[in-house]
Design a protein around this ligand. Structure first.
Ligand code: ATP
Length: 908
């Protein structure tokens, strides 16, 4: 009977009476909690109000002031502040003000970007909230663990993180790993028996504690404490929050920026000395020039832009149902060269239906739609009249089953395993109503399904204590356990193994998932079922074939992966022939050769490597095979993404370069071991994540290739001028201006850049490719040179035309900015033509940024206030045209370079 009270007096104990629960009988505990049955919705909401949500308070986020302070703790900012202090001491107040303005703007931009990045992360944390399986008034359901209240009934399965402190009332082989609480690394055997009141935490064997992990077996119990009242809540009190946006790449860039700054400062000092000796400039002017040089060369904005690019990538992946748990994986995702995927539910829809059955040598076809209970069972053309054997098969299918069919707004949904749901529907079509008829045969005990032995068994007794054991599982496994079969009449007869093996192949080669069902009579007195009870002497009832169609979107995603040079491999626990038939429909490359787990076990390292590379379908595998396959594929220099859902998949998920856990059917253990969690378990989301990974990597590359030449071009111009004793074509303050415009406005747009059209048409990048090597270095050097030429051309052209240094500098700045704007268009498409309609109009934010830059440049050139501050002067339209044409030239030259590079690459 459901418990419906809202403020039970006994429930006080849930928060106050710590320590007593393990010394009580379950019935006593339930009575104390006023929870003798499943809780009603009303009781739950009353208790939620009283005890609060079942979660630990989160570690305090850093406040805005701390975050702002953190922005100032940046080496590049120190350099700027030092420059501000020195200019102030020299009395160059305008310079001081501008430098400080730059410090403030950079800090604010960094602050806002970091805030956005943190927002992205906390949204993701919410998506990964732990869940719990609870039995309430409406039956079994999966809920957010935060919604649990004292008195709730919770089911525990392998790989679950225990969601609250629980008094166990049913255990089956239940072992729980309690290291987080007790430090004990061996999983602890649990029981339901009452324990001594003095038992310490590690000896309270009838309790499951919040935060510990179910290693094996299953269990069920009543929640006695939630939230901070739990044992783990008392110890830590806080939720550990470890997610940061630091990735190896970002650290590498941070280090690079720091070294670069040091080199620049030392170079500045050398140039100061050299300038004193060679240039003949007055000391003060020379000093200001060196300050300008230092500021010019340091890429202040780069780290902030890279951080926001990663954060945006993480957010985009989340909208494609792939949630990143460990940040470094975003970089790896783009380099993935092999994806190993589970079949059921990831490549297929996991919406199962029994379409065929084989009993006593007869094939039966089952009609109907999805989980709808209507549908005939036919033998050839005729509806079968039914038989004692079919009745028995239906009863086995319904009783050896943990799923429930729920009616929800006119549709039927399955709570539990969809395959078991389909078996219940099948039972109903064969005339056995799991609800009413099932009640005649309550379950006494069970051997839960385990992927290792691939079957499940139940012990049922009717009300007259007639006992029967039902077994269902992988057909070759069950066949091994049978010694006879049941004939149409219901009597047993001898077993023709060969005929059954052919029948299994027949169903499997149609792409059906095949299950065998068997039974064995049990004594009235038998109360406990063990694996040994079913290993031999079973009577085979028959086979059922379940249809689980491939996901349409997975077929397309596999095609996309193949075009992107990524090999897709299917690793399944299913039968080899079923796997092969499904593999063909999915469009896998090699569907001819299928390797089973047993065959894998017999291969040595070298053979395994060869097989792992060639074969695309691995059937009847266990989790250990996944680990071996990951290692073999990595041995072939592959960057491997591997999916998993069970607790035993954790080692393979950890070992893979990208471990991907299933968010819907995956266990908490798999989710925690993985670096990416799929919210929809869909293969297409993996392909989407890889695409986003490649895009993020390209955008990082673009941001670096865009920003460094600006610094490069500016600094080489200044060094050249200083060493040749020429006037500076751009002043220190003007350089600060250009850097701000360039990094804050233009480069920012690159973080939002969508994927290039060809992003999934190229092979994956090599695992160890460095961002600061090869193409990027070449581009930085080449564009720096172009900028250098542009700056000096502008300077000399203006000097010869107007003979005014202020005008010439203003033009040099405008020319540099114009070149940056055009370069932005070129850098957005690294490998394809940029002068296209899409290139020009593709991303609205780019046009907005360009508009803003033009406006700022007009102010810079024509506003008197800016004339005083930056030493600028108005330009003639002809001069502006000069600046614009310099930009066009840069774009055309780079377009030519891209074209040549592509031709050259095609040749080699
Ligand atoms: P994948 O690894 O692609 O998800 P899978 O779901 O078939 O494939 P497992 O869950 O390991 O892999 O199942 C392996 C086999 O065990 C199945 O092919 C089926 O024959 C059997 N099996 C699966 N679930 C059950 C169950 N609940 N009861 C009995 N047998 C089952």
């Amino acid at each position: 009977m459901p418990s419906s009270e809202s403020s039970p007096s006994g429930c006080e104990k849930a928060s106050a009476g710590r320590g007593a629960w393990h010394a009580m009988e379950v019935s006593e505990a339930r009575a104390d909690l006023s929870a003798t049955g499943p809780l009603t919705a009303q009781a739950v909401s009353g208790r939620l109000e009283k005890y609060g949500h079942n979660r630990l308070p989160e570690a305090k986020r850093r406040g805005p002031l701390a975050r702002l302070g953190n922005q100032l703790k940046n080496f590049l900012i120190y350099v700027l502040i030092t420059a501000a202090v020195i200019t102030a001491l020299l009395g160059h107040w305008v310079d001081t003000t501008v430098i400080l303005a730059v410090v403030i703007i950079q800090t604010l931009v960094g602050f806002i970007q970091e805030g956005k990045a943190e927002q992205a992360l906390s949204a993701i944390r919410h998506m990964l909230a732990p869940r719990a399986v609870v039995v309430r008034e409406k039956g079994q359901q999966k809920i957010d663990a935060a919604e649990l209240v004292p008195g709730d009934t919770v089911i525990l399965e392998p790989g679950d993180r225990v969601p609250a402190d629980i008094r166990l009332e049913r255990c089956h082989n239940l072992k729980i790993e309690e290291a987080v609480l007790t430090g004990e690394s061996e999983p602890v055997d649990k029981t339901t028996r009452v324990q001594s009141a003095e038992a310490v935490l590690g000896d309270q064997l009838n309790m499951a504690f919040s935060g510990t992990m179910v290693a094996t077996g299953t269990g069920r119990g009543v929640v006695v404490r939630t939230g901070v009242e739990t044992e783990i809540g008392r110890i830590s009190g806080l939720l550990q929050d470890t997610a940061t946006l630091k990735t190896p790449l970002l650290e590498q860039i941070d280090r690079f920026a720091r070294y670069l700054s040091l080199i620049i400062i030392v170079a500045g000092l050398v140039i100061f000395g050299g300038g004193l000796a060679l240039s003949g400039l007055p000391l003060r002017e020379l000093f200001m020039a060196v300050v300008g040089l230092t500021v010019a060369a340091i890429p202040e904005g780069l780290p902030a832009i890279l951080t926001i690019t990663l954060a945006i990538g993480v957010r985009r992946m989340a909208t494609r149902h792939a949630v990143v748990r460990r940040m470094p994986v975003i970089e790896t995702l783009g380099a993935v060269s092999v994806i190993c995927s589970d079949k059921t539910g990831t490549l297929t829809r996991n919406e199962m239906m029994v379409t065929a059955a084989i009993v006593a040598g007869k094939r039966l076809d089952v009609e109907g739609q999805g989980y709808e209970p209507d549908g005939d069972i036919r033998e050839g053309k005729y509806v079968t009249p039914g038989s004692p054997l079919l009745d028995e098969l239906a009863r086995a299918a319904a009783l050896c089953n943990d799923a429930h069919l729920e009616h929800h707004e006119g549709t039927i949904r399955v709570a539990g395993d969809p395959m078991e749901g389909a078996l219940k529907v099948f039972a109903r079509k064969a005339g056995f109503d799991p609800e009413t008829d099932g009640r005649q045969w309550p379950r006494t005990d069970e051997v839960p399904f385990d992927a290792e032995y691939r079957f499940m068994a139940t012990l049922n007794h009717d009300h007259h204590r007639h006992g029967v054991i039902y077994v269902k599982g992988a057909p070759e496994r069950v066949l091994d356990m049978c010694t006879s079969m049941v004939a149409d009449s219901g009597d047993t007869s001898s077993l023709d193994r060969e005929a059954w093996t052919i029948a299994i192949s027949e169903l499997a080669s149609e792409g059906l998932r095949v299950l065998a069902l068997a039974r064995r009579p049990a004594e009235a007195s038998q109360n406990i079922l063990a694996v040994e009870d079913v290993e031999d002497g079973l009577e085979l009832l028959g086979l059922v074939g379940l249809l689980d169609p491939p996901r349409q979107e997975a077929i397309q995603a596999i095609l996309d992966c193949h075009q992107a040079g990524i090999r897709v491999k299917m690793i399944t626990g299913d039968h080899a022939m079923t796997a092969s038939a499904i593999g063909q429909r999915l469009g896998l490359k090699n569907t001819v050769r299928v390797i089973t787990g047993t065959e894998l076990g017999q291969l040595d390292e070298d053979e395994l490597k060869q097989v792992a590379g060639e074969v695309d379908i691995f059937a009847r595998t266990s989790p250990e095979h996944k680990l071996r396959l990951v290692e073999a594929l990595q041995g072939l220099h592959g960057v491997v993404a591997m999916t998993g859902d069970g607790v035993n998949d954790a080692p393979a998920l950890k070992r893979a370069d990208v471990g991907i856990a299933m968010g819907v059917k995956g266990s908490e253990a798999a989710r925690e071991a993985a670096s990416v969690v799929l919210l929809d378990d869909n293969f297409a989301s993996i392909a989407a994540a890889v695409r986003e990974g490649r895009t993020v990597y390209n955008n990082l590359k673009k941001a670096i290739a865009f920003m460094l030449p600006i610094n490069g071009g500016e600094s080489i111009s200044l060094v050249t001028a200083l060493l040749l004793g020429l006037s500076l074509p751009i002043s220190a303050l003007q350089i600060l201006w250009v850097n701000l415009v360039g990094s804050v406005i233009l480069a920012m747009t690159l973080a939002f850049e969508p994927a290039e059209p060809g992003v999934m048409k190229q092979p994956p990048r090599p695992r160890n490719e460095s961002l600061l090597a090869g193409f990027v270095v070449w581009r930085v050097a080449f564009v720096s040179l172009l900028f250098l030429i542009g700056i000096f051309a502008a300077w000399y052209w203006a000097m010869s035309r107007f003979g005014d240094e202020a005008v010439a500098r203003t033009l040099a700045v405008n020319t540099l900015v114009a070149m940056e704007v055009f370069y932005l268009f070129a850098v957005r498409y690294l490998d394809t033509a940029s002068i296209t309609l899409r290139g020009v109009l593709g991303t609205p934010i780019v046009l907005l940024a360009v508009g803003a830059v033009i406006l700022l440049q007009l102010l810079f050139t024509y506003l008197p206030l800016f004339h005083q501050t930056f030493g600028t002067a108005p330009l003639t339209p002809g001069a502006l045209a000069f600046a614009a044409s310099a930009g066009v030239v840069v774009l055309v030259v780079l377009e030519l370079e891209t074209w040549l590079r592509r031709r050259w690459r095609r040749k080699i």
